[in-house]
Design a protein around this ligand. Structure first.
Ligand code: 3H9
Length: 697
C-alpha cells in the first residue's frame, strides 16, 4: 500500500475465516487504497495456513459501488483493478463477496471473480458503466454471461440495468440471500464452505454460453434506436459477441483495452461530467451542508389542472399523502379523474400493480376547503398562470397553512417576488417548476426567491430527489433557465424560416444533432393555439422583429393547430408522421414577401450555430445575472429537461469543447448578420475569453 493512502481495508481472522472490511465512504469506491488493501487481503489469505477462506464485506451504506470515477482523469496507480481481479480469480482458497446496498461496476466485477456471492435481500446489482460512456473493463463482460446467460448479462452490460437480490438468486448471480446481519451470515456461509472441503469455483472456468442466431443483430438495431448517438451500448454487443468466441484470457485483455479507450473518449468525458454536475447541482450556494431540511409528511397540490395532476402523481408515487385543492366541484372531480386515469394507464402498461394504484388513490384527499390544509407541510401551487389568481391563492394558503409550511409555486414565467410579497412568511416561499408531463419529466427547476430561508431551499432539494426528480436550484429570471434558453432557440428557428430555411430542414439539423424531436414537430405536438397564446403573453417584451415574426399566429389563424388538426408546420396522416406541406411553403413565401425579407440558401451549419449559440449565450447571461449558479447546472437542466444529447454533455460543455474564442467569434458573426440585440456576446464569455479560460476553469 502507498504511504500516503489512508487505510480503507481492515483485516481480521475469525477462526478459519479472514474477513476484509472495506471502509471508504461514501460509496466504498475502488480507490487505490482499496485495491491495494484487497490485494493484501488475498496475499494474507494465501500466506496464512490457518486461514481457509476470505469474506469481503463493506462498512457503511453499500458494497463497493465501482471504480473511483475521480481517478479516471489521473494517471493510473498500480495495482489496477484487473490485477486484483486476477488475484481473486487465481486464489487457491475460496473468497466470498458479502454484499449490501448497491454492488456496482468494478464492485460487482470483484464479486464475479470470487468463488461465492452472498447478499442481503435488499441489495441490488448492476454494471452501470455504460451510463458513463464506459463498459466493464475488469472482467464484467467476460464473466457475467458465463454465470447468468447472454440475454440477462447483455441487459445489464448494455443498459446499466440493476437487478434485485431475489432475481440475482434466480439467475445464479448469487449463491445465498440473507434477511439481516450480513457479516454473521457470510461468516457462517464461509465456515460451511470450509467444512465441506473449501471448494473453489471460478467463473472463468465456466463454459461460454451459446448465443441464438440473430439475437445480437436484433439488439444492435434495438439499441441504435433506444440509445441514439451513444457508442457504448453498441460496443457492448460487440464485446459480448467477442467473448463468446475468444479464449478467456485474450477476451479479458480485449475487454480491458476497450474500456481504456472508452475512458479517454469524448462521450465518456461528457457523461462523467454530467454525473458530477448532477451531484454538484445539489450543493446549494448559501446553504451549508449542516442545514437540515424541514420534515415533509403531507403535501398539498393547489390546482388540479394538467400540471397539478402530474405533480400530485409524483408525490403519490413517492409515498406522500396528497391533499388536492380545487376551485370548484367540476374542476376538482376532473382533476381526481385525471389522476386515476394516469395511474390506471400505468397499470395497463405494467408499470404498477392495481393494488399499488388503488393504494395511491387512497392517499389522495380532494378538497375545496382551505381549512383542510391545516396539517400540510408543503404545498405546490399549480393554479392558472395569472398573477392576480396566484396572489389570491397565495393569500388564502398563507392564512390556512401551519407557520412552517412551505409554499412552492409551479409558475413558469411569473415573478416569484410578487408572489412572495403576498404572504406574511415570504421566507417559506420558493418555486418548484415541473415540466410537462410532470410525472414523467426528470427536470425540476427549484427557484430561490429573494427571502427564501436556507432550510426551505434544502427541503425542496431533498424532496425533489425523493420524488425521483433531478432538482437544480435557479434564481429569479423570466422563464427561469430552461424556458428562457428555449425561447432564444425558438426565436432563431423562426428567424431562420424568415431567412429562407424550411421547418423540415431545421428539424432535421436539430434532430440530427441529437435532440429527440425538432422544434417544429414539437410545436405541432404542443398545438399552435398554445404556441400562439404563449407568444401573445410575451409580445410586449419582444423586439420589433420578433413581434413582426408572426408565423405562429398565421398558422393558428389558418386552423393549422398541429397534430390535433392534422396540419401545422407539417401535414399528418393516420400514422402521425410529419410530412412537408407545400401550403406551408406558400404561407412562408407570403410572409417573407409581406415583410420584404429576401429568401436565401441557409446552410445546416448556420442553422445549428444560430439555434445553439443563441442558447449558450443566453445561458452565459443567466450565469452573469446569478440566476444559475454554475455552467454544469445549465448542462443538467438541458439534458434532463429538453433532451440535449447526454453524450455531448449539455450546452455549456459542448460550447466549451468547441472553445470559447470560437464561440465568441461565431456570436460576433451572427450579431453582424441578425442584429446586435440578438447575438452580442455575454459578459461572461467576453471575460473568460480575455482571461484565456473556459466555462469550467
Ligand atoms: C467502473 O467501475 C469501471 C470498471 O468496470 C472498470 C475500470 C477499469 N466514484 O450518487 P450519490 C460519490 S466505473 C467516486 O449522491 P446515492 C458521488 O459523487 C464506475 N465517487 O449517492 C457523491 O459525492 P459527493 C461504475 C462516487 O446514495 C457521493 O459518492 N459505478 C462514485 O444517491 C454520493 O453519491 C458507477 O457508475 C464512484 N464510482 O447513490 C456507480 N459513485 O457527495 C455510480 C458515487 O461529493 N454511483 N460517488 O457529490 C451511483 O450510481 C450512486 O452514487 C450510488 C449511490 C447508487 C452508488
Amino acid at each position: 500500500m502507498n504511504e500516503m493512502d489512508i487505510q480503507t481495508v481492515t483485516l481480521e481472522r475469525q477462526g478459519a475465516v479472514l474477513v476484509a472490511t472495506v471502509d471508504n465512504p461514501p460509496v466504498n469506491a475502488l480507490s487505490h487504497s482499496v485495491r491495494a488493501g484487497l490485494v493484501d487481503a488475498v496475499e494474507a489469505l494465501e500466506s496464512d495456513p490457518q486461514a481457509k477462506a476470505l469474506v469481503i464485506v463493506c462498512a457503511g451504506r453499500t458494497f463497493i459501488a465501482g471504480a473511483d470515477i475521480r481517478e479516471f482523469n489521473k494517471p493510473l496507480k498500480e495495482p489496477r483493478l484487473g490485477v486484483l481481479i486476477e488475484r481473486l480469480d487465481r486464489c487457491e482458497k475460496p473468497v466470498i463477496a458479502a454484499m449490501h446496498g448497491t454492488a456496482l461496476g468494478g464492485g460487482l466485477e470483484i464479486a464475479l471473480a470470487c468463488s461465492y456471492r452472498v447478499a442481503l435481500e435488499s441489495a441490488r446489482f448492476g454494471l452501470p458503466e455504460v451510463k458513463l460512456g464506459l463498459l466493464p473493463g475488469s472482467g464484467g463482460i467476460v464473466r457475467l454471461p458465463r454465470l447468468i446467460g447472454v440475454e440477462e448479462a447483455l441487459a445489464m452490460i448494455s443498459q446499466g440495468n440493476q437487478v434485485d437480490a431475489e432475481h440475482a438468486l434466480e439467475t445464479g448471480l448469487l449463491d445465498e440471500v440473507m434477511a439481516d446481519d450480513l457479516r454473521a451470515g457470510a461468516l457462517a456461509f464461509a465456515e460451511r464452505i470450509v467444512a465441506e472441503g473449501g471448494a473453489i469455483r471460478r467463473t472463468s472456468d465456466l463454459p461460454v454460453p451459446t448465443i441464438e442466431p440473430g439475437f445480437l443483430d436484433a439488439k444492435r438495431a434495438e439499441f441504435a434506436k433506444k440509445f441514439k448517438g451513444l457508442d457504448a451500448p453498441q460496443i457492448a454487443v460487440d464485446l459480448v459477441e467477442m467473448m463468446s468466441t475468444t479464449p478467456f484470457q485474450e477476451a479479458a485483455a480485449r475487454e480491458y483495452a476497450t474500456c481504456k479507450e472508452l475512458i479517454a473518449s469524448p462521450q465518456s468525458q461528457a457523461l462523467r461530467h454530467l454525473f458530477a454536475a448532477e451531484r454538484a447541482a445539489l450543493k446549494i450556494d448559501g446553504v451549508p451542508a449542516e442545514v437540515e431540511p424541514r420534515e415533509i409528511r403531507t403535501v398539498a397540490v393547489a390546482g388540479p389542472g394538467v400540471m397539478g395532476r402530474g405533480i400530485a402523481i409524483c408525490f403519490l408515487n413517492a409515498g406522500y399523502p396528497v391533499v388536492l385543492l380545487g376551485k370548484d366541484e367540476e374542476n376538482l372531480s376532473k382533476g381526481v379523474g385525471g389522476i386515476r386515469k394516469i395511474l390506471e394507464s400505468g397499470v395497463k402498461r405494467g408499470r404498477m400493480t392495481q393494488e399499488a394504484a388503488d393504494e395511491q388513490m387512497s392517499h389522495l384527499t380532494p378538497t375545496l376547503d382551505y381549512a383542510d390544509l391545516g396539517a400540510v407541510d408543503l404545498v405546490v401551487e399549480a393554479v392558472t398562470e395569472d398573477l392576480a389568481t396566484k396572489k389570491d391563492v397565495f393569500a388564502r394558503l398563507d392564512a390556512a397553512l401551519p407557520d412552517r409550511a412551505i409554499i412552492a409555486t409551479n409558475t413558469s414565467f411569473l415573478d416569484i417576488e410578487a408572489l412572495a410579497s403576498s404572504v406574511t412568511r415570504p421566507e417559506n416561499v420558493a418555486g418548484m417548476h415541473f415540466f410537462n408531463p410532470a410525472n414523467v419529466m426528470k427536470l425540476l427547476e427549484n427557484v430561490r426567491a429573494g427571502r427564501t430561508a436556507p432550510d426551505v431551499l434544502a427541503t425542496i432539494t431533498s424532496v425533489g430527489k425523493k420524488i425521483g426528480k433531478v432538482p437544480v436550484m435557479v434564481g429569479r429570471s423570466e422563464g427561469f433557465v430552461a424556458n428562457r434558453m428555449l425561447s432564444k432557440r425558438s426565436r432563431e428557428a423562426q428567424f431562420l424560416l424568415e431567412d429562407g430555411a424550411t421547418p423540415q430542414q431545421i428539424d432535421k439539423v436539430l434532430s440530427g444533432f441529437g435532440f429527440p424531436i425538432g422544434p417544429f414537430a414539437l410545436a405541432d405536438l404542443a398545438g399552435m393555439d398554445v404556441m400562439a397564446a404563449a407568444r401573445k403573453a410575451r409580445l410586449a417584451g419582444m423586439t420589433p422583429r420578433e413581434q413582426a415574426c408572426d408565423i405562429v399566429d398565421k398558422l393558428a389563424a389558418a386552423g393549422r393547430l398541429g397534430q390535433k388538426t392534422g396540419a401545422g408546420y407539417y401535414l399528418y396522416g393516420d400514422d402521425r408522421k410529419p410530412q412537408p406541406d407545400p401550403a406551408v411553403d406558400e404561407l412562408l413565401a407570403a410572409h417573407r414577401a409581406e415583410r420584404g425579407l429576401p429568401q436565401r440558401e441557409i446552410t445546416d451549419e448556420e442553422i445549428l450555430e444560430r439555434c445553439l449559440y443563441a442558447m449558450v449565450n443566453e445561458a452565459a447571461k443567466i450565469i452573469d445575472e446569478g440566476a444559475a449558479a454554475r455552467p454544469g447546472d445549465i448542462d443538467v437542466i438541458w439534458t434532463n429537461g429538453f433532451g440535449w444529447p447526454t453524450h455531448l454533455g449539455g450546452p455549456m460543455f459542448w460550447a466549451n469543447r468547441i472553445g470559447l474564442p470560437n464561440v465568441k467569434a461565431a456570436l460576433e458573426k451572427y450579431s453582424a448578420l441578425v442584429g446586435e440585440e440578438y447575438f452580442r456576446p455575454a459578459n461572461l464569455i467576453e471575460s473568460l475569453v480575455a482571461e484565456g479560460r473556459g466555462f469550467y476553469d
